[in-house]
Design a protein around this ligand. Structure first.
Ligand SMILES: *[C@@H]1O[C@H](CO)[C@@H](O)[C@H](O)[C@H]1NC(C)=O
Length: 225
């Protein structure tokens, strides 16, 4: 009888030990991340056929972690593919803008200033979306360093993709008077890519609520979706 009891106790203690590594890891509790197919994720977050096409195309890209639209992937991986797509687009656009300026294609001083504003906006967006990528690579909010020191899980993720959207809008405001400029069209496309990344990230961490310090995030999300 006593042996059975101590045996049970041993089994109990061993099972506790088995649970430990899962909790200790990053020192934080790591929320379980949902898995979805690319198609269901795109259907869930996209409000227009255009965004849906952009979403499916982005998640089907060879660089994406997903192989086929019909196999399930963790939503962190789906969001990561869109964040990488946005970062690649920023690099291409800023390189193209630099070439246009250096080649003397932009003569008007105010238009030049608008290009300068775009460089600042894209710089901010790049830093913010790189933080989003780091956060997702760490497994999402609450798993890595980025999940710490905030008021709730996901706050830094949603704050960062909101900064990404604002960076795109900073460029867009300046370019509004120059719709014929190639940078105008590139920025609209990059804004959509940033919005797509933010929408897919919202599957990992919902956007900040209005009045909760998030400010204009809802209208940022609404535009173009
Ligand atoms: C961005 O998305 C909106 C809404 O889905 C769409 O109407 C618009 O044509 C897109 N713009 C670009 C440049 O892709």
């Amino acid at each position: 009888m006593a042996t059975t009891r101590s045996l049970l106790l041993l089994v109990f203690l061993l099972s506790l030990l088995l649970l430990l590594p899962a909790r200790a890891g990053a020192g934080d509790w790591c929320p379980r991340v949902a898995s979805m197919t690319a198609e269901s994720a795109c259907n869930a977050v996209c409000g227009t056929p255009h965004m849906r096409e952009l979403c499916l195309g982005t998640l089907a890209a060879p660089s994406s972690t997903t192989t086929t639209a019909s196999s399930s992937s963790p939503v962190t991986g789906l969001a990561m593919a869109a964040v990488r797509g946005a970062l690649d687009a920023y690099a291409a656009t800023t390189a193209a803008a630099t070439t246009l300026i250096d080649g003397g294609a932009v003569q008007d001083a105010t238009e030049k200033a608008a290009y300068g504003g775009c460089m600042v906006g894209y710089g901010r967006a790049r830093l913010a979306m790189a933080r989003v990528a780091d956060n997702l690579a760490a497994g999402g909010p609450g798993c890595g360093e980025d999940g710490k020191g905030n008021n709730g899980p996901g706050l830094s993720l949603s704050a960062d993709y909101t900064v990404g959207l604002r960076g795109m809008d900073m460029c867009g405001r300046g370019m509004m008077d120059y719709p014929a400029s190639p940078l105008y069209a590139m920025n609209l496309a990059d804004r959509n890519k940033t919005l797509l990344a933010a929408l897919l990230c919202s599957l990992v961490a919902p956007p900040p609520q209005p009045g909760g310090g998030g400010g204009h995030s809802q209208s940022l999300f609404a535009r173009g979706n």
